[in-house]
Write a protein that binds this ligand. Structure first.
Ligand SMILES: [Fe+2]
Length: 203
């Protein structure tokens, strides 16, 4: 009895699906790197605050999902996507495409170095800064978003976020932000870190 209660307590909540959004890349580079802040073959560096984004892909039973494909895409620091459909007048960054993917290791871990995306207009409201993820495990696929911590007013007016939280009452769940630490990067001194675990049903 006690052990079954303990086992039940270990079950994780599945990461919630969120909308794909209109700016999924129309084409993909032939080569990608875990470091989105530098493009292969260019010497410059992306503008903005560097963030080490890392985490694990897990099943609801806390088992690591080995070999999961974790794809990310995002706006640059000014809030602009590399996408022909993005009519935000904010400038593109020649050193940033905002796209990459990695495969999880034996512990189910993934890791990227990227920059904090900016907010951007979406019609008559502002999208709170976020990073899109498409996660493919062995049997499950999840499209979701990781949010950058923002003030409650910004989050409340973001109708895309509110749509994705439609079942929720009360404050925005902290889990959508991951675990941010200022200066916490192990890859770059002074950069922030964000730990964002992704939980799939069966992996
Ligand atoms: Fe977006």
């Amino acid at each position: 009895m006690c052990s079954s209660i303990a086992k039940a307590a270990e079950r994780l909540h599945e990461t919630r699906p969120m909308v794909l959004g209109p700016f999924y890349p129309a084409s993909h580079p032939q080569q990608v790197s875990a470091d989105l802040t530098r493009l292969i073959g260019r010497s410059g560096r992306a503008l903005g605050e560097v963030v080490e984004l890392t985490g694990r892909v897990l099943t609801v039973d806390s088992k690591p999902v080995v070999g999961a494909r974790v794809e990310i895409w995002q706006a640059n620091a000014a809030g602009r996507y590399v996408h022909s459909g993005d009519d935000n007048p904010a400038p593109l960054d020649p050193n940033f495409t905002g796209y990459s993917y990695q495969t999880t290791d034996e512990q189910g871990r993934y890791r990227f170095l990227t920059i904090k995306p900016g907010a951007y207009p979406a019609g008559d409201y502002i999208r709170s800064p976020h990073i899109h993820l498409d996660v493919e495990g062995k049997v499950d696929r999840l499209i979701t978003q990781l949010y950058i911590p923002a003030d409650a007013k910004m989050l409340a007016q973001d109708r895309t976020l509110q749509h994705d939280l439609w079942q929720e009452q009360g404050p925005v769940p902290r889990v959508i932000f991951g675990n941010w630490t200022r200066g916490g990067s192990t890859l770059e001194k002074g950069a922030a870190s964000c730990e964002f675990d992704i939980v799939l049903s069966d992996g």
